[in-house]
Design a protein around this ligand. Structure first.
Ligand SMILES: [Zn+2]
Length: 457
């Protein structure tokens, strides 16, 4: 017996007798798959096996150490290279023997082009700054990214091409943006009131801890919010833990920046002033000439190379509402709209006892296939909501995209916030439109106003 399924169990309570050995054919298919040599039939066999583990709430035990009472355990994890599923060793269980194939990373099935220090082509195009990206409705929110195994530049490009499939007419979301947005969405920094009582930075780390607990993964170790660690050479622990699990030694930074140049590939971290060079590609939302400026949040992929050098392999920066609020915004006009919305929501709360909440969707929202700028909802059931669309630019293609978004949102009440046409009066107009809607749809308001109001929960 070399591999067996075992029901998931709390640490220290393994029961050897509950192990079910895999068949010889399953083991050889799995081994070939791990070595990157799987046939179509092997793939089908492995996917069935992983699905069985996943749905049956089981782990895979490896007999390489000879210790059946406390074997290395592997759990099903997500990995875009393998049609969604892969295996990861549980970090708090024994390691494989060093000559066990599962002690090293899974090999990708493609011809590896070699990946060295000079390979800075990481795929993914700089965002075109369209600001109106939509993704296919019903797409799972969680991208398959969190624990990347080592991949060649070619594989990354293929992955990038895959991510474009299903996106709306050529508009794409930068891969790092997707990663960053997913984390921010999960942590709730795109909501008001914020669902946590701490800072956005700590909320992100709390999220990391939660993910670690629910998936047996170690995001905590690979997600750093403090770039100072880099200056002080404190990245080693994270890198070492990555390598201990057969993962590429890389960490994710989320940090605020106050200045950057996409072309010259440098950024200034907030509060520091030192220039940080990006070794790979830097993409700034909207490019160097974008009117939406700082502060921005940067998501950077930082890796330790075989020669020990630590490099920022790729980075993406997106404007946020404020240094203290990691709410991604697409323009300065949106920043103003957020301030206006907060002010009217606070007034409604204090003076009218109408409690509202705001969401900035970062992915397609509510099965509409569109990503509206803001959604304001009542906090009380049935939570009627209103969509706010900020008109950020005058040009025809922007307006056309907006129109498409509005068509998709036709079932909802929409307030159009035309800041370009009326920069001085827009705030007042938005506030009174939201107040009118809130009072008309509130539990204390007239029942007529509530009729036909769509629940957004
Ligand atoms: Zn093993």
């Amino acid at each position: 017996m070399t591999l067996a399924t075992i029901p998931k169990h709390p640490s220290g309570k393994a029961k050897t007798q509950s192990m079910t050995p895999l068949s010889e054919s399953e083991i050889s298919a799995l081994n070939r798959w791990w070595d990157g040599k799987a046939s179509v039939a092997d793939h089908a066999c492995v996917l069935t096996l992983l699905d069985r583990l996943h749905t049956g709430s089981a782990w895979l035990a490896c007999a390489c150490t000879g210790n059946d009472d406390d074997p290395p355990l592997m759990a099903v994890a997500r990995n875009s290279m393998t049609q969604g599923l892969s295996l990861r060793r549980l970090p708090d269980r024994p390691a494989h023997r060093s000559d066990c194939r599962y002690a090293s990373e899974m090999r990708e099935p493609l011809q590896d082009e070699g990946e060295g220090a000079d390979d800075t082509d990481w795929g993914g195009d700089p965002d075109d700054g369209g600001g109106d990206e939509t993704v296919a409705a019903g797409e799972p929110l969680q991208p398959n990214f969190v624990f990347a195994v080592a991949r060649s530049a070619r594989a990354q490009r293929q992955e990038a091409a895959l991510e474009r499939v299903g996106s709306d007419r050529g508009t794409t979301i930068h891969l790092l943006a997707r990663r960053m947005f997913w984390l921010l969405h999960e942590a709730g920094t795109n909501r008001w009131p914020q669902p946590y009582t701490t800072t956005d930075q700590v909320a992100l780390l709390e999220l990391a801890k939660k993910i670690e607990l629910t998936q047996g993964l170690v995001l905590w170790d690979v997600l750093y919010c403090h770039p100072w660690d880099w200056w002080e050479n404190k990245m080693d622990t994270g890198f070492d833990k990555c390598e201990g699990q057969g993962l590429k030694p890389q960490v994710w930074w989320l940090c605020e920046i106050e200045d950057a140049c996409q072309k010259a590939k440098w950024v200034h971290l907030v509060g520091d002033g030192r220039q940080v060079d990006i070794d790979g590609r830097l993409a700034i939302y909207g490019g160097d000439g974008s009117p939406a400026r700082y502060p921005m949040l940067m998501c950077a992929l930082v890796a330790r190379l075989p020669d020990g050098a630590v490099r920022i392999m790729q980075a993406y920066a997106h404007p946020i509402q404020a240094i203290k609020w990691w709410l991604p915004v697409d323009s300065n006009l949106e920043r103003q709209a957020v301030r206006d919305l907060l002010s009217v929501m606070n007034w409604l709360q204090d003076d009218k006892q109408v409690l509202l909440e705001m969401l900035k969707p970062l992915f397609s929202w509510n099965a509409t296939g569109a990503r509206p700028d803001f959604v304001v909802s009542h906090r009380q059931d049935p939570k009627p909501c209103v969509v706010i669309e900020t008109m950020g630019r005058e040009d025809a293609s922007y307006r056309e995209r907006k129109l498409r978004t509005l068509q998709r949102l036709a079932a909802h009440t929409v307030i159009e916030d035309d800041r370009v046409k009326d920069p001085t009066g827009a705030g007042k107009k938005l506030s009174s439109a939201v107040a009118r809607w809130a009072l008309g749809t509130s539990v204390r308001g007239s029942p007529r106003g509530r009729r036909g109001a769509l629940s957004c929960s």
